[in-house]
Design a protein around this ligand. Structure first.
Ligand code: SAH
Length: 363
């Protein structure tokens, strides 16, 4: 990087020029980040102003309005929506926003005023607490930026009602990416017992219960998450037994007790947080599949997932099949999937497909 480039303000707008001097586009620049340039538009003459940002947000909103009949979804998914570094989740009139680059941090005031005009939110929460911000030289903070938020927000997904805590909850409060996988599990749950490990606010558990499962257990080590799951279960008029425990310890305990379930879900936090965790994280997925698979009754179903960016789908599938073999189980893959359509992918960034899920039937 030239001294001139190094001296540029982090997050400022630049024209991207190739070695031959041809202008390639406009983007934001951060001399302190490994990904120094984030392209916003391929037209170098494009002004990055309120009208431009409004255009991007409107396009993202129109797509979600077409995909979903209720206003609860990921509204902006970074590069794929033409806004690299920006994530926005929508809970009706409440917005949770994450700016993960210096460029987006600098554009935040304009983005907030465009959102105000577009959606008239009653509250906007900034969830700027992702460790990736450190790589951009940004500090970490969480705050209610506009309006007021009293307690957890209500959302709807696949016909069920949930509560998400945007202030103390994980990420932006709800994992909208698992929407389709939750529907796929619910469709298999009728007349079966279900156990949902790493349940968080009960996404899989409650949808399975609504779909007619005979008995549903949600396991998580966080009391706060289980409290939200319990509240949501009540709101939906279903019963979910909430168990506060370490997932692996509970899987081992249940196996020792001879318990079996018709459907087992294991959707944990990322085991591979950075490239150096790869070997240990891969082992974790293998162990998780061995233990969770061992709890599935003959003919029952298993959903295992990984949200580790650094683990590609083929490596995840490999750990899963070894885990099943170690459990002495055979079966068939019914569905290999990722995040739902509210999390689109940029065609040139296949590596941003972080979510992997495998749904299997076991013999
Ligand atoms: N499956 C959830 C999302 C999981 S997020 C959904 O569909 O929304 C990961 C969850 O795992 C968090 O709620 C966290 O509290 C929980 N967790 C993390 N480590 C755990 C452990 N060792 N045992 C049990 N739960 C754990």
């Amino acid at each position: 990087m030239t001294a001139e480039a190094k001296a540029l303000e982090p997050g400022g707008l630049v024209t991207i020029v190739d070695a031959g001097g041809e202008a390639l586009g406009v983007g934001t620049f951060n001399p302190h980040s490994l990904i120094a340039v984030r392209c916003l538009d391929r037209d170098p003459a494009q002004a990055v102003d309120a009208a431009f940002l409004a255009g991007r947000l409107r396009r993202a909103l129109e797509l979600r309005d077409r995909l979903f009949d209720r206003p609860f979804y990921r509204l902006v998914h970074a590069e794929a929506d033409g806004l690299p570094g920006l994530v926005i989740d929508r809970y009706g009139d409440v917005i949770a926003l994450q700016a993960n680059t210096a460029g987006m941090e600098a554009l935040l005031p304009q983005i907030l005023s465009v959102l105000e005009d577009l959606l008239h939110p009653t509250a906007v929460v900034l969830k700027n607490d992702s460790p990736v911000r450190r790589l951009e030289g940004l500090d970490l903070y969480d705050r209610v930026e506009r309006g007021q938020l009293e307690g957890p927000v209500r959302l709807e997904e696949n016909g069920a009602v949930f509560f998400a805590d945007l202030v103390t909850g994980q990420k932006t409060g709800w994992f909208f990416d698992q929407r389709d996988n939750r529907a796929a599990v619910a469709a298999l749950a009728r007349d079966r017992s279900v156990i949902d490990f790493y349940s968080y606010a009960g996404g899989f558990a409650i949808q399975a219960a609504k779909a007619g499962a005979t008995q549903v257990t949600a396991v998580d080590r966080s009391e706060g998450s289980l409290a939200l799951a319990a509240r949501s279960a009540e709101e939906n008029g279903v019963r979910v037994d909430c168990v506060r425990a370490d997932a692996f310890a509970e899987m081992e305990r249940l196996a020792a007790a001879g318990s079996r379930f018709g459907v087992v879900v294991a959707d944990p936090p990322a085991f591979v947080k950075s490239k150096k965790d790869m070997a240990a994280g891969a082992k974790g997925y293998r162990k998780m599949t061995r233990l969770a698979g061992g709890l599935v009754e003959a003919g029952g179903f298993l959903l295992v997932a990984s949200c580790s960016h650094h683990m590609d789908p083929a490596s995840f599938a490999e750990e899963v099949r070894h885990g099943l073999s170690q459990a002495g189980r055979t079966g068939r893959i019914l569905r290999q999937s990722g995040a739902g359509a509210a999390h689109p992918l940029h065609p040139w960034l296949p590596e941003s497909a972080y979510l992997k899920a495998l749904l299997l039937q076991l013999d």
